[in-house]
Design a protein around this ligand. Structure first.
Ligand SMILES: *[C@@H]1O[C@H](CO)[C@@H](O)[C@H](O)[C@H]1NC(C)=O
Length: 256
């Protein structure tokens, strides 16, 4: 039997011929058009599958890098790239679940608190500094380096001052730099704004407690947290040991 492509041209044309008059009446499509349509379907199918796969890959990647890019006007942070997420089970702070951070100040306990934020101010390179929404100043004697503090360390400092003032019976003048009531009031209001800003929406469940025959709210639950150790490690590695705040450094990035 003759194969299709071996047919003389005139014979091949005749294959299409019966369709032509009908096509002109708009009742059906030719084999060629059918093939075109089928190809179009394959292409669109291919594009849909590729886009779906791309979306899944992107979603998985975003979940791993953590920092949510969906709010376009978000304020830039120089540590965006090191942000990781982890689930942390909080402690109730009662009874045998009391943490080493609780209780009246002792040298050991104060050292623990200090180690949460004591390396507090950090250097960032000019490239990062240029992206800040609120500009900062250069570090005197360190060309190309700029000073910032990550807010979490300011928060921890403030909480520590409140903790110390809780146990202190010393009468500080209201404008005492750290322990005066003005600073303490600055501190708890800074924490109020921060708590509202991050709005931890982890659901706290209730559980029936046999001993007291009553339902109680539960604190010992998992929360999704930024990995604090990763942030602390960055801050320790980029700590500014000595910041001479009395020296003015002229700068074109504009730090007022
Ligand atoms: C920091 O930037 C915000 C937003 O542009 C602005 O409202 C605020 O006043 C700035 N702060 C300072 C100290 O310039």
């Amino acid at each position: 039997m003759e194969r299709f492509h071996d047919l003389p041209v005139s014979d091949r044309d005749s294959v299409d011929e019966p369709f032509l008059p009908q096509k002109e009446k708009g009742k059906t499509v030719s084999i060629n058009e059918y093939k075109k349509l089928r190809r179009l379907l394959y292409y669109s199918g291919f594009i849909i599958v590729s886009l779906t796969v791309a979306c899944i890959i992107l979603a998985v990647k975003l979940e791993h890098t953590g920092y949510t890019p969906f709010f376009a006007e978000r304020v830039y942070s120089p540590v965006e790239d090191i942000i990781r997420y982890e689930n942390v089970v909080f402690s109730t702070g009662f009874g045998h679940e009391r943490t080493e951070y609780q209780g009246p100040p002792t040298p050991e306990r104060d050292a623990l608190w200090d180690d949460l934020y004591g390396f507090g101010i950090s250097r960032i390179p000019r490239e990062s500094a240029s992206k800040l929404v609120n500009k900062t100043v250069p570090i005197p004697g360190e060309p190309g380096q700029y000073v910032i503090q990550l807010n979490v360390f300011h928060q921890l400092h403030c909480l520590n001052m409140i903790r110390k003032s809780l146990y202190s019976d010393v009468e500080y003048p209201p404008d005492h730099e750290l322990m005066g009531i003005e600073h303490i009031e600055h501190c708890y209001d800074a924490l109020r704004q921060s708590l509202m800003c991050s709005a931890d929406v982890t659901p706290l469940p209730w559980q029936w407690v046999e001993e007291v025959q009553e339902a109680k709210e539960v604190a010992r639950v998992a929360h999704t947290c930024r990995d604090f150790e990763a942030v602390r490690t960055w801050a320790k590695e980029n700590a500014v040991i000595h910041f001479d705040r009395k020296t003015y450094v002229p700068d074109d990035l504009q730090g007022h």
